[in-house]
Design a protein. Structure first.
Length: 364
């Protein structure tokens, strides 16, 4: 049997997404303990105590299917952000939302636009549905919005914008973003991926859901995996017009979010004080990491996320492997066409100190 003749042509050209290396794997391979992982932009503090203290209640109901409509979580999101539950779509992580959008609006006759150095999942989902991906060269490691507008073709149906962008950390200022959205034709969907919104909005003005009133072609997605500390639960969501949400929910798989994830996200939304503490810690430790890296001569990119990407002055795969030998997991950005850059997540104070000590050893 020749599988190549059977498989979707778009999928045949793809390579699987490579996640960060698990701590357990590294410790087992090297026979070490106390390795640290600063590779996946997780909240190093973990989930809110409210989540941990109340999770036992839902464990007793895990023999039941989850709420297939995620009613309570949608209502919680709507209350917190002054929107309607009918505008909310729940995903198994915000990655799920990205796939819903591609499946809802793209076919083999269409094209979608995304930036160079943007999240690797965008081209994955575009090509998986057989659509044409248009990658626009970045400008100073950020979205070149003017070039993205100029890249629009007759069959373009979707534009991906990540703000802040992963893995570079670049940020599009509010006024510039609004101007861009106003120049996109109304018959093209725009996904504004705000996975790192909690971090960026803590530092500067960022787009809130109220802008949807002016842009009916806009979808805004957010995640519970970053600042909320629920990466292991896999839960995210989008807010859009009711009409768009209606279509996204048609391709959403039944019970795509499990009971624990739905419950944890609902509880996490309630703990504003814990969120403030995490954001303060991230801002403080990011300043220290910038200082530590720059004092060692590294060129760092400005970041509005919970991570820093920097030029490690060598092949980043070599630096990555050297750090692995020291029990530190970061991220090589070779796959993002940044072969000399590493990305390091902001960790706990001692983790950051350890990283700064170990990165010195990669220079020899």
């Amino acid at each position: 049997m020749d599988l190549k003749k059977l498989v979707n042509k778009g999928i045949d050209s793809l390579s699987p997404y490579e996640p960060g290396k698990p701590i357990e794997d590294l410790e087992r391979e090297l026979g070490i303990r106390n390795a640290i992982k600063l590779a996946s932009n997780e909240n190093p503090v973990g989930p809110s105590p409210k989540v941990l203290q109340s999770i036992d209640a839902i464990l007793k109901e895990t023999h039941r299917y989850p709420d297939g409509n995620a009613t309570r979580l949608k209502e919680s999101i709507a209350r917190k952000f002054n929107t309607s539950p009918s505008q909310v779509t729940i995903g198994n992580g915000s990655n799920d939302i990205i796939e819903f959008i591609a499946r809802s609006f793209l076919s083999s006759d269409d094209s979608a636009i995304y930036s160079e150095h943007a999240f690797a999942v965008y081209p994955l989902v575009v090509k998986a549905v057989g659509a044409k991906g248009i990658e626009v060269p970045a400008k100073n490691f950020s979205h070149d919005l003017q070039a993205m507008l100029q890249a629009i073709e007759k069959n373009t149906k979707l534009i991906f914008i990540a703000n802040p962008n992963n893995p570079t950390g670049s940020f599009i200022e509010f006024d510039e973003l609004i101007d861009f959205l106003g120049r996109v034709p109304e018959d093209i969907i725009v996904l504004l991926d705000q996975a790192y919104f909690d971090y960026s909005s803590f530092e500067t003005k960022d787009a809130e859901f109220d802008i949807l009133e002016n842009f009916p072609n806009l979808i805004m997605s957010r995640s519970f995996s970053k600042a909320y500390g629920l990466a292991g639960f896999r839960i995210g969501y989008s807010v859009s017009s009711k009409d768009i949400a209606n279509y996204l929910n048609r391709v959403r798989q039944p019970f795509n979010a499990n009971s624990l994830a739905l419950f944890a996200a609902e509880k996490a939304l309630e703990d504003d004080e814990f969120m403030k503490q995490c954001l303060h810690l991230n801002a403080e430790q990011k300043k220290l990491l910038y200082y530590g890296l720059e004092s060692q001569g590294y060129d760092c990119l400005p970041s509005k996320g919970n991570f820093i990407s920097f030029d490690c002055k060598q092949d980043s795969r070599d630096a990555f492997n050297k750090l692995l030998q020291e029990g530190v997991i970061v991220r090589s950005l070779t796959v993002y066409k940044m072969p000399n850059h590493l990305r390091v997540s902001i960790g706990l104070p001692q983790e950051n100190i350890t990283f700064l000590e170990k990165i010195k050893l990669t220079q020899s």
